[in-house]
Design a binder for this molecule. Structure first.
Ligand code: DQQ
Length: 585
């Protein structure tokens, strides 16, 4: 039962005795990591009496069962296509196929038949992640990882049966697959070879794609080239690698303009263009990216020295957000990011409720003016779901006080806030050198209940009437030792998010690279029944969390602004909207 997959790190918890035994067995055998495998639970029907209070209202989900990575997002003939890793038989990872939905606005989704299901020797044990590329002449192609009956990972190609069909309903897998395979001569590790990227066309007329891999603990992005998109040759030197990062899953490589917020087609290169390489670290279950230069003649990628090239680097999201993938939206000239948000409850509960996993709201992504990092913002189409509105202007929030925001559905809302700190001189000195490089450590040590100088101030979400349950998204501002340099930290504190015990309540945190010398900082949070997706400093730092309140559900959820720092804070402007439910699948 354990041939292909095993533990994916300790991000989910083994709760029951049976699950505990399976978890132990998996780690004893020490097989290669990715998703956690519970063979017995892969094909179990949900309990129809389970309450569905934590199902999301406006995030992408199928009606039931397990989902994980976003696959092959593409805009084609007037439609957005979204494929995703899906288990059609249960709410635990397994039996993986490519499910398929389409949309005209990235918010309302219509389900189609699955695009890829295991059927051929080269994918009989699973159709894993991959990407879509639009070839010249408006011809879409999918590159994806298939597993053969020995669980060898192979890269395959698929084309639409009828490219004139805007729905791209049927996909054909040519018999010449696989198009990339581990062999004795190329030395590729057959269980660490997956997730091909959207391909790009070099100025020399050759296509290129990357495949995630590792050599010992060095993460690598293997480069392949092709002149016809069918015959692919491995390039001996990877495009890029980084020691000590472990297996690179779901690499993503794309250009961004140095100035402006527009997106670029994946094949664009040039002097006013930087490149981004994102990898998903299998060992830590985090996505990090670097901003750098693509030397296309040498086929090498060199990260800037402002981008740490390991798990300490920039992250799209400092909470739950994994296996992400971008695409170029030629309709609106923007680059859009998708990411998988896993559950934080127990596997048993996932089986009980009959579903697991959602997709984050698609985010527009561009390079910040500093050139150092990316900025993200929910696609503008989301605003079409905004309903009843509540607003507060110029309200001073004294130290130790809260203000309730009334008039919106606080369990399904979109909240935009602008804060003005009264007295930045009250910022405490952060003199612990370990914490100076560890925002999550700061947030865990100094949760929302720990008083500070400037902050914690922010939002209390999913709060019960007595505040027994609450999730806090907030900022703290510190001074660096022996300097006036201010450090802004954004936290999402789930430690009191539910009275339920079997839930991962990890607190998340990230630094926010904003000039706060004028005392101003903004926050936007998307609240959706069990999701808290936050964008700090105009989208410079994002944190997504899953929460499963027992009391603060539906109409019983409350929303507050709070300030637990000694400096007063002014709520310059807060606008909150109830969010309508779109039509999703
Ligand atoms: N999920 C897929 C793999 C990928 C992993 C399998 C990342 O292709 O490496 O479902 O979550």
């Amino acid at each position: 039962m354990l041939e292909s997959f095993s533990l994916m790190g300790a991000s989910r918890i083994c709760f029951s005795f049976v699950a505990f035994l399976i978890c132990n067995l998996l780690s004893i055998h020490g097989v290669q990591a990715s998703h956690q495998v519970f063979q017995e639970l892969m094909s179990v029907s949900p309990n129809s009496s389970a309450n569905q209070l934590h199902r999301t209202g406006y995030h992408f989900q199928p009606p039931m069962h397990w989902i994980n990575d976003p696959n092959g997002p593409v805009y084609y003939k007037g439609l957005y296509h979204f494929f995703y890793q899906y288990n059609p038989y249960g709410s635990i990872w397994g039996n993986i196929i490519w499910a398929h939905s389409i949309s005209t606005d990235l918010i309302n989704w219509f389900p189609l038949e699955p695009a890829l299901v295991p059927s051929e020797p080269f994918d009989i044990a699973g159709c894993w992640s991959g990407s879509a590329t639009i070839l010249p002449g408006e011809k879409p192609a999918i590159l994806y990882t298939g597993l053969n009956s020995s669980n060898v990972q192979l890269q395959n190609i698929a084309f639409p049966k009828d490219p004139s069909d805007p729905f791209l309903r049927e996909w054909v897998k040519p018999s010449y697959n696989p198009v990339m395979a581990p062999t004795t001569s190329n030395g590729i590790n057959a269980s660490a070879f997956r997730d091909p990227t959207t391909a790009w066309l070099g100025p020399d007329g050759m296509w290129r794609t990357l495949v995630g891999s590792k050599v010992d603990q060095k993460g690598i992005a293997i480069l392949y080239r092709s002149s016809d998109f069918i015959n692919w040759t491995m390039v001996l030197e990877p495009l890029h690698s980084s020691e000590g990062t472990g297996m690179w899953e779901c690499p993503d490589f794309y250009p961004v303009p140095v100035n402006g917020t527009v997106g670029l087609d994946t094949s664009v290169t040039g002097p006013r263009v930087k490149h981004v390489l994102k990898v998903s670290l299998d060992d830590k279950k985090i996505d990090y990216y670097t901003v750098g230069t693509y030397l296309h003649r040498e086929d090498k990628y060199v990260p800037d020295n402002t981008s740490p090239d390991d798990a300490t680097g920039f992250r799209y999201d400092y909470g739950k957000f994994y296996a992400s993938k971008t695409f170029f939206d030629s309709q609106k000239n923007r680059r859009i990011l998708w990411g998988w948000i896993n559950e934080s409850d127990s596997f048993e509960n996932d089986v009980h409720k009959g579903w697991a996993g959602v997709q984050a709201i698609p985010r527009k992504v561009w390079l910040d003016e500093s050139g150092k990092q990316l900025v993200q913002w929910p696609v503008e189409e989301l605003e079409g779901l905004r309903g009843e509105r509540a607003s507060v202007h110029n309200k001073r929030i004294e130290s130790g006080s809260t203000v309730q925001v009334k008039g919106v559905q606080a369990s399904q809302a979109d909240v935009e806030v602008s804060f003005q700190v009264d007295d930045l001189n009250k910022a405490e000195v952060l003199d612990d050198p370990d914490l100076l490089v560890n925002p999550q450590g700061i947030c865990s040590e100094k949760g929302a209940a720990v008083k500070g100088g400037v902050g914690p101030f922010g939002l209390l979400l999913f709060a019960s009437h007595d505040l027994q349950e609450q999730t806090a998204v907030f900022f703290r501002v510190f001074k660096r030792p022996n300097s006036n340099h201010l450090v802004v930290v954004m936290c999402s504190d789930q430690s009191k998010s539910t009275l339920e015990k079997d839930v991962d309540k990890t607190t998340y945190g990230g630094f926010v690279d904003v000039h706060i010398s004028d005392g101003h900082i903004s926050l936007r949070t998307l609240i959706d029944n069990s999701i808290v997706e936050s964008f700090g400093g105009g989208g410079k730092t994002c944190i997504t969390a899953r929460v499963y309140p027992k009391l603060a559900v539906g109409n019983d959820a409350r929303l507050y602004v709070f300030n637990n720092g000694s400096s007063a804070v002014t709520l310059s402007k807060l606008t909150a909207w109830s969010m309508r439910k779109p039509s999703i699948n």
